[in-house]
Design a protein around this ligand. Structure first.
Ligand SMILES: Cc1cc2nc3c(=O)[nH]c(=O)nc-3n(C[C@H](O)[C@H](O)[C@H](O)COP(=O)(O)O)c2cc1C
Ligand code: SF4
Length: 469
């Protein structure tokens, strides 16, 4: 059996009573009997790593936040449920099936790091999941889980950067999602601080990370490590989309070969087709056919030059021209760039323009030289990881599929449209719905017919965001 069910329940849990009947609440019960440092030790020993993309050890992050809080400036826990990585739908699926598990994990995290406020950071467009979490919070308050804690829901914008942890804090604080320089464990929500007080530290964890916490605390680190690998204990909730028989979300043991994950969740390639390549979100190097047996784990995918990210596998088969994939990724990242770092926005847009030209029939070898040069500069002096994503993903596609790019430049390949790379809106009946609005999104983040020619940070700094009530 490839699919397992630790955090992704087989059927929706519809009430707190239902959650408790299925073993829920034991994590909170255990945490209430423990010292905060003992809770952190359990999470440390479990080896749980953040499921939001970077894979940072959760226990170490909790330790740092706890060390940075003071009685005057208690910490804040932020549940990152922004889920904006193209190809991922796992957090919304977890929330649809069992929001109580996430609420329980977040409350335990708050006890461990000494927080007095938990904010569930969602997107306004996630209507159904917002409703689910709101009722789970109400029921958690009713059964007394949240004593001494304030639980809030924040409904943010659809921008990709909103999910970046420091941009998330900026947005909750009432500004646009532009990443900060100061780390979140040092300066969290300013709105959580009393006037003239230093801002308290914030613990930002992904939804799936927190969904794992209650069982780690209740059953212990050794239980957690009974599946997975030494460096990647536990399970991963993966999303499979693209050119597969169906699209979906499923939970697998860390270390399961990628090919098996694609077969179990996506039904394998479409009839008569073979898999050519797989994108792991838009944050890691491309995975080619010869790497498909790599284990789905942090180290397993890093060993083949890619990464696990948020377990978002977008599959491309032999009918897909990889120049179109490169142009689609470059466009997504360049549009979503905020422009605080000029190379990220400007080189990103140049890459998009030249790669789109490569997809057509007018590219010359000079375009290719420009692409190579801009890949060398796009991540210079970058404040957040988005620019590095641009550099790494596009460089890896070129490294492995240079012949497909060259075929366009020589005129041997027919023109193709750039692939649509965008956030997932839903997965219905085994079919993923992509955010089609991205086709018309301008580099200034508007959907106007013409771009203003300026960057989001110049246009919106100081402006009241429309999603603020
Ligand atoms: C451009 C960008 C977008 C991101 N979007 C998300 C997101 O939608 N959800 C998420 O959980 N993490 C996202 N992250 C990662 C967060 O910054 C952060 O690492 C994560 O919330 C930490 O939680 P974890 O340690 O539990 O993974 C993003 C990072 C970057 C650079
Ligand atoms: S790297 Fe790009 S997205 Fe990140 S802060 Fe700089 S300009 Fe904005």
């Amino acid at each position: 059996m490839t699919l397992v069910h630790r955090v992704l329940y087989t059927r929706p849990i519809i009430s707190m009573q239902d959650h408790i009947a299925r073993g829920g609440g034991k994590g909170i019960g255990a945490a209430n009997r423990m010292e905060p440092s003992a809770i952190i030790d359990r999470v440390l020993e479990s080896g749980l790593r953040g499921r939001g993309g970077a894979g940072f050890p959760a226990g170490r992050k909790w330790q740092t936040v706890a060390a940075n809080r003071t009685p005057e400036a208690p910490a804040t826990v932020i549940v990152n449920a922004a889920e904006g990585e193209p190809g991922t739908f796992k957090d919304r699926t977890i929330l649809r099936r069992n929001p109580y598990l996430v609420v329980e994990g977040a409350i335990i995290a708050a006890r461990a790091v000494g927080a007095d406020l938990v904010v569930f950071a969602m997107k306004r467009s996630f209507g159904g999941e917002v409703d689910r979490i709101r009722s789970a919070i109400e029921e958690a308050e009713d059964v007394g889980w949240s004593e001494g804690l304030q639980l809030e829901v924040f409904e943010g914008p659809d921008e990709y950067l909103y999910g970046e942890e420091s941009a998330l804090l900026e947005t909750i604080d009432g500004r646009w999602p532009f990443p900060r320089i100061v780390p979140t464990f040092r300066r969290g929500l300013q709105t959580a601080a009393a006037v003239d007080e230093p801002a308290p530290p914030a613990l930002v964890n992904n939804t799936e990370t927190l969904a794992n916490v209650s069982r780690i605390v209740a059953r212990g680190p050794a239980w957690f490590r009974t599946v997975g690998t030494e460096q990647s204990p536990g399970t991963m909730v993966c999303t499979v989309t693209g050119r597969t028989r169906r699209h979906g979300v499923g939970e697998v043991r860390m270390g399961t070969p990628l090919r098996e994950v694609i077969d179990a969740i996506g039904g394998g390639p479409q009839r008569g087709r073979t898999i050519k390549a797989v994108l792991s979100g838009v944050a890691n190097g491309i995975i080619t056919e010869s790497m498909l047996d790599a284990p789905v784990s942090y180290e397993g995918l890093a060993d083949v030059g890619s990464g696990l990210g948020s377990g978002a596998f977008i599959v491309f088969d032999d009918s897909v021209d990889m120049a179109s994939v490169a142009a689609g990724v470059a466009r997504f990242l360049a549009i979503e760039s905020c422009g605080q770092c000029s190379p990220c926005k400007l080189d990103g847009l140049t890459l998009t323009q030249r790669l789109t030209k490569v997809c057509g029939s007018e590219a010359v070898s000079h375009d290719y030289d420009v692409i190579r040069r801009r890949l060398g500069t796009v991540a210079e002096r970058s404040r957040c990881y988005l620019a590095t994503q641009q550099e790494q993903v596009i460089s890896s596609i070129i490294e492995h599929f240079e012949h497909e790019m060259a075929a366009h430049v020589s005129g041997a390949a027919p023109p193709v449209e750039p692939e649509l790379i965008a956030e997932l809106v839903d997965i219905r009946g085994g079919t993923a719905l992509l955010d089609e609005r991205h086709r018309h999104k301008q580099p200034d983040w508007s959907y106007n017919k013409n771009d203003s020619g300026t960057v989001p940070v110049e246009l919106y700094s100081g402006a009241r965001p429309p999603w603020q009530a």
